[in-house]
Design a protein around this ligand. Structure first.
Ligand SMILES: Cc1cc2nc3c(=O)[nH]c(=O)nc-3n(C[C@H](O)[C@H](O)[C@H](O)COP(=O)(O)OP(=O)(O)OC[C@H]3O[C@@H](n4cnc5c(N)ncnc54)[C@H](O)[C@@H]3O)c2cc1C
Length: 479
């Protein structure tokens, strides 16, 4: 560390931290001192690609299996994540729809969960900003309110997409995505390789190719290998961040602290710091995803220009959310979904169905005997979600009746979606959550807890665009 005291200490270099820093640095003076503590290291995309191709890389030593970073009490449920510079931007798949306005008002509209202390209109300008910073490709008409064009044009539809778009209009759209539809800002055009975890042509947005400029800013000092595990708190003010580096103990002193680790580690840090809020760590989870294969009678499904070509909203919004969950359709265009039948290889479409879930108290994150490692207890899905699956099975054949469907085949639900949500949920009333509408801890007023941990309810949509917009919003409102 170069300084004995910092204006801001940020934990992590993923989406949540980086978008927060981007806004913060645009608002504060040139003499600010910012310390960023990152547990991992910089492992460049080019080196990851080499390893993916079976070649050696000296950077391979920085691969940190997620299974060793947490104690997972339910091994049937997986929680993959990547640590190191850029966090999960290195491994994500780049699906970036906005939430629907109703996602923020589940209690007042449907009597489910709680309303968020922010709503769609509050986040709208920050959605635009995040979409611009990630150069999102997307269509002009969307089911959520959005004016004008996305930064990049939409991806191309497949044959099945064209029929469904003609039938359902703005309820069936080209997916808004961070997989570029055109070469732009140093990224190539997506080649639909369906290996997005490490994109072979560097088409998806990552924090390495983002050109955000935050970690190059002269006000910012970035320390790698610094694993944060606690905070020193006096009279409800956070004074210091406690971390280990190369097995040694360190402390960093700061005016303001922003935790952008991920819900597991943010919770671990808070609990180790003595946070007694009974909701800290409680009510975390993610959407439930399952695949349906649509066998087509005499129709080849070709075309499309990216891995998830389209999003269908026909099972998403409406009065049914009083009784069962929203479902977002992700329309896959992966070459591995083919039919092993002569003459019918391409007579297939494949949808991933994402069902929202509820933040249940019995799903929780806590500390373990090792102060660096959180313990993760995920025991149940809500009946709200399971009812939505039953309803989907009844209604999907009718929804797809514009296609020549031979049969539908449902696969077992996936063990993960890669979306870790909740644990430090936002609320207006301090009794109902952990952070306020600006992601500031209700009790420790100089502490931001960033990321999807703050989501009050889960939504059926992928979380990262929204958590990035929330980071921009929080930093804009607070500084
Ligand atoms: C395979 C996969 C595919 C996905 N695809 C999508 C998608 O298509 N669309 C979508 O919306 N979402 C997707 N996600 C989810 C998305 O990646 C996350 O929502 C997003 O990365 C969360 O951002 P974050 O900044 O909060 O956390 P992260 O990206 O996890 O970043 C956390 C950062 O904190 C650091 N850190 C962690 N613990 C500590 C500590 N104790 N001390 C110091 N530093 C620490 C990490 O090294 C990292 O830099 C996917 C996830 C996975 C795993």
């Amino acid at each position: 560390m170069k300084n004995s005291h910092y204006d801001l200490i940020v934990v992590g270099t993923g989406f949540a931290s980086s978008f927060f820093l981007k806004k913060y640095l645009s608002k504060v003076k040139s003499d600010q001192k910012v310390l960023v503590l990152e547990r991992g290291h910089f492992y460049p995309h080019a080196e990851r690609l080499k390893v993916k191709k079976g070649e050696h890389s000296d950077f391979q030593k920085y691969e940190a299996p997620w299974e060793e970073a947490i104690v997972n009490m339910n091994t049937k449920k997986r929680w993959p994540f990547t640590t190191g510079y850029g966090g999960c931007s290195n491994c994500w798949w780049g699906c970036t729809p906005r939430f629907m306005p109703s996602d923020f008002k589940m209690k007042s509209l449907f009597g489910i969960g709680e309303d968020w202390p922010v709503d769609y209109d509050d986040l709208d300008p920050y959605y635009y900003e995040a979409e611009e910073l990630m150069s999102i490709s997307g269509p002009e008409g969307t089911p959520f309110p959005r004016k004008g064009k996305y930064p990049l044009p939409p991806h191309e539809f497949s044959i099945v997409d064209k029929i469904l778009h003609k039938t359902y209009g703005n309820q069936y759209i080209s997916q808004p995505t961070a997989r570029a539809s055109r070469a732009a800002n140093g990224r190539n055009r997506c080649m639909t390789s369906s290996t997005c975890d490490i994109c072979p042509v560097n088409a998806k947005f990552t924090l390495e190719n983002a050109n955000l400029g935050v970690y190059e800013d002269k006000r910012v000092e970035l320390v790698y290998g610094a694993q944060v595990y606690s905070l020193e708190v006096q009279n409800d003010v956070v004074n210091k961040v406690l971390y280990q580096l190369d097995g040694k103990e360190y402390q960093a002193s700061g005016e303001v602290v922003a935790l952008g680790a991920n819900p597991f580690f943010n919770t671990n840090i808070l609990l180790n710091a003595g946070d007694k809020n009974p909701l800290t760590g409680r009510g975390f989870g993610e959407q439930l995803g399952m695949q349906v294969l649509i066998y087509l009678d005499g129709m080849k499904n070709v075309g499309g220009s990216t891995w998830v070509n389209a999003n269908g909203y026909m099972l998403y919004d409406g009065a049914h959310r009083k009784d069962f969950a929203a479902c977002l359709m992700e329309v896959n265009n992966a070459p591995y979904y083919i039919r092993m039948e002569r003459g019918k290889w391409l007579n297939i479409a494949s949808f991933r169905l994402l069902f929202e879930d509820l933040p249940l108290y019995n799903n929780y994150i806590t500390t373990s005997a090792n102060k660096l490692i959180p313990e993760v207890h995920f025991t149940e899905r809500s009946s709200y979600t399971m009812k939505a699956i039953d309803n989907m099975k009844k209604t999907l054949p009718g929804i797809l009746s514009c296609l020549p469907v031979e049969k539908l085949k449902y696969l077992e639900p996936f063990p993960n979606e890669g979306h870790i949500i909740g644990g430090t949920r936002m609320s207006k009333d301090p009794k109902l959550g952990v952070v306020d509408q600006h992601l500031i801890h209700h009790q420790y007023r100089n502490l931001f807890v960033l990321g999807a941990g703050g989501f009050t309810t889960f939504s059926a949509s992928n979380p990262t665009l929204t958590l990035s917009a929330l980071s921009l919003y929080a930093a804009d409102q607070a500084f």
